[in-house]
Design a protein around this ligand. Structure first.
Ligand code: VGL
Ligand code: ZN
Length: 200
């Protein structure tokens, strides 16, 4: 393979783990395999979901709406979530068992009040870049291995965008856990396969 390889660890934060505001089933149980992946990679990049209070993806901001319902945003349909990963909160911190200290880069996303951001590359309007693509290219990193949370949201959107921006992408499925809303797990797995994402 041409270029270097980096591990992209998506959103291993307290709010997505058991007991958190948007807990994903099985999240805590992937920590040991995520930590092994971190130990085994020369380059590690983390993402951190990082919302201001009153973020537009929070159901609490939309009268009459509950978490996991959808709403029409100017950029398209958006799923609504419980308030989670508030900037500076304990819920937004990396899980205490995550061995994250060797990470070379932390990409924060979801900080614009009016746009949600699942992908590590682009916000949900599919236009606003996070800067990650340029960072990877400048560092001659061409290959990504992905793990973390959630398989069918931030991991999948990041892997799809990785392909779109010309990077190879491999998702280590046993180092992920899914929200699985209305079949999103199967749907996103198929979309990733069709986009040339590989699985291990
Ligand atoms: C995520 C929903 C809302 C994720 C982040 O990390 O998959 N999902 N914010
Ligand atoms: Zn979020």
């Amino acid at each position: 393979m041409n270029g270097k390889t980096a591990l992209l660890v998506i959103d291993m934060q307290n709010d997505f783990c058991e007991g958190g505001a948007l807990a994903v089933d099985g999240a805590t149980s992937i920590l040991s395999v995520v930590n092994s992946l971190i130990a085994g990679h020369d380059h590690v990049i983390l993402t951190q979901d990082w919302h201001p209070a009153g973020h537009s993806s929070f159901a609490s901001e939309h009268q009459g709406k509950s978490p996991f319902e959808t709403v029409a945003m100017p950029y398209g349909e958006q799923t609504l979530w419980p308030d989670h990963c508030l900037q500076g909160s304990q819920g937004a911190e990396f899980h205490p068992s995550l061995k994250w200290t060797k990470a070379e880069m932390i990409v924060r996303k979801g900080f614009r009040p009016e746009i949600d951001s699942y992908s590590a590359f682009r916000e949900n309007d599919r236009q606003t870049p996070t800067g990650l693509a340029g960072y990877l290219r400048e560092r001659q990193i061409a290959n990504l291995v992905l793990c973390g949370l959630a398989f069918d949201y931030c991991v999948a959107w990041s892997a799809l965008d990785a392909r779109r921006f010309g990077f190879s992408a491999r998702v280590v499925e046993q180092a992920t856990a899914a929200i699985d809303l209305d079949g999103s797990k199967g749907r996103m797995r198929q979309a990733m396969e069709e986009a040339g994402v590989t699985f291990a």
